[in-house]
Design a protein around this ligand. Structure first.
Ligand SMILES: Cc1cc2nc3c(=O)[nH]c(=O)nc-3n(C[C@H](O)[C@H](O)[C@H](O)COP(=O)(O)O)c2cc1C
Length: 171
């Protein structure tokens, strides 16, 4: 099973990136093939401007993937800006694919912000979401380590379910 993990934050000390890395580790141990894309390494232009080579490459990786895991930071109770640019420009071949969401926010009251990503993926590309997200806030981390037992448990459950359902959808 070929899983694309797109870490969509460009912040230097991205916490959603740490969630993506933790899920990558779990899925690799289950035998998944992972393509890991870090948005910080993608020079990007917004819609109506020229698409960069790296954005074009991401569009191809989206096309090739069996399924996709998206890491997002919460900005103004919605998806972070860079991720929105990548969704707009690079996801045209994501139609019908299974996907999962990993989210970092500043505060616990923002947990419904992931619904904007759900809406985008379901309404625009009829993607099918794993009905479990991983949501974490500042207090769940110490520097670049995930310290919350609850978040670590959710990462494990998310990975198990994503792997099991992802495989069934391919069968
Ligand atoms: C422009 C901006 C807007 C933000 N808006 C929210 C918000 O509405 N709710 C919230 O809980 N956190 C908000 N935050 C905090 C981020 O969600 C938090 O820093 C999170 O760790 C970002 O993910 P990242 O570390 O992967 O970049 C905002 C941060 C920025 C920079």
């Amino acid at each position: 099973m070929n899983t694309l993990i797109l870490s969509g934050s460009v912040s230097e000390n991205s916490r959603s990136f740490l969630l993506c890395k933790a899920v990558e580790k779990q899925l690799l141990s289950k035998g998944n093939t992972i393509t890991f894309v870090d948005a910080r390494k993608i020079p990007m232009n917004p819609a109506h401007r020229e698409i960069t080579d790296e954005m074009q490459q991401l569009a191809e990786q989206v096309k090739q993937a069996d399924n996709i895991i998206i890491g997002m930071g919460v900005h103004c109770y919605s998806v972070n800006d860079a991720l929105k640019i990548l969704l707009d420009a690079c996801f045209s071949d994501a139609t019908g694919k299974f996907f999962g969401v990993l989210c970092a926010a500043g505060g616990e009251r923002s947990y419904l912000s992931t619904m904007h990503l759900t809406q985008i993926c379901m309404n625009e590309w009829r993607m099918i979401q794993l009905p479990r997200i991983v949501f974490a806030t500042e207090k769940d981390f110490a520097e670049d380590i995930i310290t919350s037992a609850e978040v670590l448990e959710r990462i494990k459950l998310f990975s198990e379910e994503f792997h099991a359902i992802g495989r069934k959808l391919l069968a």
